[in-house]
Design a protein around this ligand. Structure first.
Ligand code: SAJ
Length: 415
């Protein structure tokens, strides 16, 4: 049985380790976070994803997935560590460097190294390949194989999409790409395409950039529609009836660790020029500030205003709060002296206080919805009419039924 060592047991590394272990590989999952190691070794995944816990427990108990702080000599090394953005909007590649250094003394002739981390084009060849070759004297593509295999999975549907999404794998040569394809074919049911390292690195960035640019356009439409007194949601709904138009949704901003980050990686090593990509990043980054101004203007004449926030996560139905626009907006409102009470039954790791439903709404002057979790669909607004001091609702996602809220006496504000 071939041995795999996966470095980084986050949102991608852990599910991938589980899938490989379930499909014929002997896997060692390595992480540098002792908390993660302890939790996993106690049988509890630190990531909440449908089906993940069941698969994890199955492969862990069967001994096909071992969790460790240390690298083990293997045939296949997969690097799946974070690539955050630094203050200068450049990729922070320190985790990829340290992961490459962790494996460099284990790699031998015939092994394959696969990078999964989202990275600027050239990273797999120059950084990972470079580190390994320098240390071992082995030649990438000849003595060991080198591939890039970006993930495409949507948080909340990770296991399903790992199995069912098409993949694009890049290799330093055809043999490397084919070997990586064979490994992923063990659990991927959809087609897998092969190409060069740099093309596959760019494809990953292009996908998320396409989405960022599309959302920026939607956000720009929202502001322009305001000036024309047009409902942007209705306008987009009708425009999208055209068979070749698919405008995404405007909102309070773009959060998470991918869409808000990856477009910068494309720009990292290019000649200086004005780009649409940077402009769109700036439009989306300005959204939380625009929304906080709008929210403040609703309550600015109220003495000691209280605002209730529904949803602090970066998007609906996930617990992840990383880069959530809600955090920026809450901070802006708090700086203006507003008392902000957060209600979010599914958020994980929020540093402030999360209140229960009644506490959050009692004497509130504004209900501010940032993400439309399914749990918010069951809300009884008649109860809210009694709790709130001023019945204002600012719905940044077009989530609630405007008409019925108005009939209950709420003042409804949209984008
Ligand atoms: N958002 C909008 N309007 C929209 C869609 C999203 O404002 O119409 C906001 C969301 O609220 C959220 C942010 O954008 O704050 C990002 O959410 P998302 O659902 O667009 O994307 P992620 O970050 O959860 O996952 C993306 C996915 N990429 C694409 O769809 C091209 C996923 O497939 C990738 O695997 C993931 O990035 C990643 O890891 O790169």
């Amino acid at each position: 049985m071939e041995k795999v060592c996966i470095l980084g047991l986050g949102y991608i590394g852990l599910p991938t380790a589980c899938m490989l272990a379930e499909n014929g590989y002997k896997v060692t999952g390595v992480d540098i976070d002792d908390d993660v190691i302890t939790k996993l070794n106690n049988g509890t995944p630190h990531i909440d994803e449908p089906e993940l816990e069941n698969i994890f427990l199955k492969v862990f108990k069967a001994g096909n997935l071992k969790i460790s702080r240390n690298v083990e000599k293997s045939d296949i090394y997969i690097i799946s560590v974070p690539t955050p953005l630094n203050k200068n909007n450049k990729a922070d590649l320190t985790y990829i460097i340290s992961a490459s250094e962790m494996i460099q003394d284990y790699v031998s002739i015939g092994n394959i190294i696969i990078l999964e981390s989202t990275s600027p084009p050239g990273t797999t060849r120059n950084l990972v390949g470079g580190i390994i070759s320098k240390r071992t004297g082995l030649v990438a593509g000849e003595d060991f194989y080198l591939a890039y295999c970006p993930e495409r999975v949507l948080p909340g549907k990770i296991i399903f999409e790992l199995v069912n999404n098409k993949r694009v794998i890049g290799g330093i040569n055809e043999k490397s790409a084919e070997l990586a394809k064979k490994i992923y074919s063990s659990f991927v049911k959809a087609e897998i395409f092969t190409t060069t390292l740099e093309t596959s690195e760019f494809v990953k960035l292009a996908e998320n950039t396409y989405r960022d640019v599309n959302i920026a356009l939607a956000n720009e439409f929202a502001e322009i529609c305001n000036e024309y007194n047009i409902d942007v949601w209705e306008m987009i709904k009708f425009a999208n009836m055209h068979p070749r138009v698919n405008i995404l949704n405007p909102g309070p901003g773009v959060g998470g660790h991918c869409i808000a980050v990856d477009p910068w990686f494309i720009l990292e090593n290019i000649n200086k020029r004005d780009t649409l990509i940077e402009k769109c990043r700036k439009i989306n980054n300005s959204r939380p500030f625009i929304i906080s101004e709008k929210a403040f203007s609703i309550i600015k004449d109220i003495k000691n205003p209280k605002v209730t926030v529904f949803g602090v996560t970066y998007k609906e139905n996930v617990g992840d709060i990383r880069e959530s626009p809600a955090l920026v907006i809450i901070n802006e409102l708090t700086k203006k002296g507003v008392d902000v009470f957060v209600y979010d039954p599914i958020a994980i790791g929020y540093k402030g206080k999360i209140y229960d439903f009644e506490e959050a709404l009692q004497n509130s002057d504004l209900l501010l919805l940032f993400v439309g979790h399914d749990v918010f669909k069951k809300i009884d607004f008649r109860k809210i009419t009694i709790l709130m001091r001023n019945k204002n609702i600012f719905d940044t996602r077009n989530f609630f039924d405007k008409k019925s809220l108005k009939s209950l006496g709420f003042k409804y504000y949209g984008l």
